[in-house]
Design a binder for this molecule. Structure first.
Ligand SMILES: C[S@@+](CC[C@H](N)C(=O)[O-])C[C@H]1O[C@@H](n2cnc3c(N)ncnc32)[C@H](O)[C@@H]1O
Length: 308
């Protein structure tokens, strides 16, 4: 009998180390059709999909570590090799990890409905994201969204205009058995809503590419005068968290958050003394995507250090 606490990490991919766009055929060692689940939560549906469809490959995106851990435990029990999961915002996933026209089906069960009017801006399936999903899907590909929140349907139908999808909608009973569905069933809800969006026209959206990361060299550094200016322009933002300085080693570690739209990365940048002067580099072991915001963060740290 398998150890009940055994968790295989094989399905988990470190998105920082993964090539972009990813050659999924190479990762799965076959060219079966590719499907994606956004926000797989505790993984009930992803486990079922991958078990019931051995000749389909599945990629899942989820943001919460604990949910990914529970999903990995489930996947360990089935031992299937046709599923991979990433801890990443699906928007960054679609922007960078899939070539155009490569995904046959996208599933999303119970996306956060953000029911308050003031929070609607946080909803995932906005027009821009629908166009991005469209661009990565094969012709005729299907995006399935299931929700417990009736107003969400009208909202998606408004957002779908001009995104290359046709929409069908139906009322359904609870039949996915996921954690959130069970919660609402226990709370008395019996009717849910399924939206099927079928791609009829291709909408091209370019892949976001990695940025080149530079290292900087300069003459003088005074950590007491380190004045970092937060940066925000065109969807790229960098904000300062803290600086730690070791005078004996003459090394400073700067913690910043680098955001490219929805993708937020915590990064550490080193300012270290060397024979040639002071050098600004990304700290070793920082697991990240080299985006425009990371490149900008290095530039901001360099400017603050140089002017100190
Ligand atoms: C209400 S839960 C539903 C989880 C699961 N599908 C279920 O039915 O139990 C929504 C899930 O989507 C994830 N999520 C929301 N937005 C996301 C995004 N942009 N990228 C990846 N995951 C996301 C959240 O972390 C959360 O686990």
């Amino acid at each position: 009998m398998k150890n009940p606490f055994y968790v295989s990490l094989k399905p988990f991919l470190n998105h920082g180390a993964l090539s972009r766009p990813t050659q999924w055929d190479t990762i799965f060692a076959n060219n079966y059709p590719l499907e994606v689940e956004i926000g797989f939560g505790n993984g009930e549906y992803l486990e079922r999909l991958s078990s019931q469809n051995p000749y389909v490959n599945f990629v899942g995106f989820e943001q919460y570590c604990e949910r990914i851990h529970r999903t990995l435990r489930k996947l360990s029990r089935t031992g299937r090799d046709n599923v991979r999961v990433l801890r990443l915002d699906a928007r960054a996933g679609f922007e960078r990890y899939f070539n155009p026209k490569t995904i046959t089906c996208v599933h999303c069960l119970y996306p956060p409905p953000w029911p308050k009017k003031s929070d609607i801006k946080h909803r995932l399936f906005r027009t821009e994201f629908l166009k991005l999903v469209n661009s990565r899907m094969v012709d005729g590909g299907i995006l399935k969204i299931v929700t417990d929140h009736y107003p969400y349907i009208d909202w998606v139908q408004e957002n779908v205009q001009g995104t290359g999808f046709t929409v069908e909608f139906k009322n359904i009973q609870a039949n996915y058995g996921t954690k959130f569905e069970k919660k609402w069933v226990e709370g008395g809800q019996s009717e849910f809503y399924e939206l099927l969006l079928t791609k009829h026209t291709h909408i091209p959206v370019e892949l976001k590419e990695d940025s080149t990361l530079q290292s900087y060299l300069f003459d003088h550094f005074n950590p007491d005068n380190f004045g970092f200016n937060d940066y925000s322009q065109d969807g790229v933002a960098v904000s300062f968290k803290e600086i730690l300085y070791d005078p004996k080693k003459q090394v400073a570690l700067v913690h910043v958050i680098a955001c490219d739209g929805p993708l937020a990365q915590n990064i550490r940048i080193v300012i270290a003394h060397s024979e040639k002067g002071w050098r600004v580099n990304l700290a070793e072991g920082t697991m990240l995507m080299p985006t425009m915001a990371v490149s900008q963060a290095l530039e901001c740290v360099y400017q603050a250090a140089k002017n100190s």
